[in-house]
Design a protein around this ligand. Structure first.
Ligand SMILES: *Cc1c(COP(=O)(O)O)cnc(C)c1O
Length: 227
């Protein structure tokens, strides 16, 4: 019953230590608890332990869990999975952040479908930084155009970029992402987010300037389904 609380404490301690090593303020790095495939009871345990940002990857699963946890009104839900264009309405309505935006059509639809909400939807563009055929995300040379489109969308706020680097390529990719992040920040004042680092590489990601680490396994344990 208490293992999620302990895991969270351990992950937060690792983040604090990584920040210290990197001479960064601990306030500059947020923990996104990735709860995909895990039951609401586990999210509630993490919530009870103080966690407020949760990440989900599968829209149908997320819709059900968000509904069931609607009484926990200060949870911030982040969508981090692949986006099908016919599923954007739920994302626009139920989430406060999307990390996995990767094409113009999705930007346009999210902007339209966010229209009736009080707050803008926070957007990170996903970059396929290791240039893997199998991975979603934009190429580096598409970033300027999609950043401009997002910035021009009144119901969206361009917050930054996200990546899932290839395993053995982590550090090179982290360095490239950090550089892209600084370039984007110089152009758009709203950009403050570099979303990278997972259970196995969050310490390295923090040393390369990550501001949100997305951690699932280290908090909730191994997932039975893949993804
Ligand atoms: C599943 C997932 C994570 C979490 O991965 P862990 O290795 O379990 O920490 C982070 N980011 C994305 C985009 C994911 O899909």
């Amino acid at each position: 019953m208490t293992h999620i609380k302990n895991n969270l404490a351990q992950v937060n301690a690792q983040i604090a230590q990584a920040c210290q090593h990197a001479h960064r303020s601990i306030d500059d790095v947020s923990l996104l608890a990735v709860s995909k495939t895990k039951p609401v009871s586990m999210i509630e345990q993490a919530y009870q332990a103080g966690q407020r940002m949760f990440g989900e990857s599968y829209i149908q699963e997320a819709v059900e869990k968000i509904e069931q946890l609607s009484h926990l009104s200060d949870i911030h839900w982040h969508f981090i999975g692949p986006i099908q264009s016919n599923k954007t309405r739920h994302i626009a309505q139920l989430f406060s952040w999307v990390h996995s935006v990767d094409r113009a059509k999705i930007i346009t639809r999210l902007n339209e479908q966010r229209g009736d909400q009080d707050t803008a939807l926070n957007i990170c563009l996903q970059v396929n930084i290791s240039e893997e055929d199998s991975k979603s995300g934009i190429k580096v040379n598409e970033l300027a155009e999609l950043a401009q489109l997002t910035n021009d969308s009144p119901n969206l706020t361009l917050r930054g970029i996200m990546a899932i680097p290839k395993k053995n390529d982590g550090i090179k990719s982290f360095a490239k992402m950090q550089q892209l992040f600084h370039q984007l920040q110089a152009q758009y004042p709203s950009v403050d987010t570099l979303s990278m680092g997972m259970s196995s590489d969050m310490v390295e990601a923090i040393s390369y300037g990550s501001t949100i680490v997305r951690v699932g396994t280290a908090i909730f344990g191994q997932r039975e389904t893949t993804g």
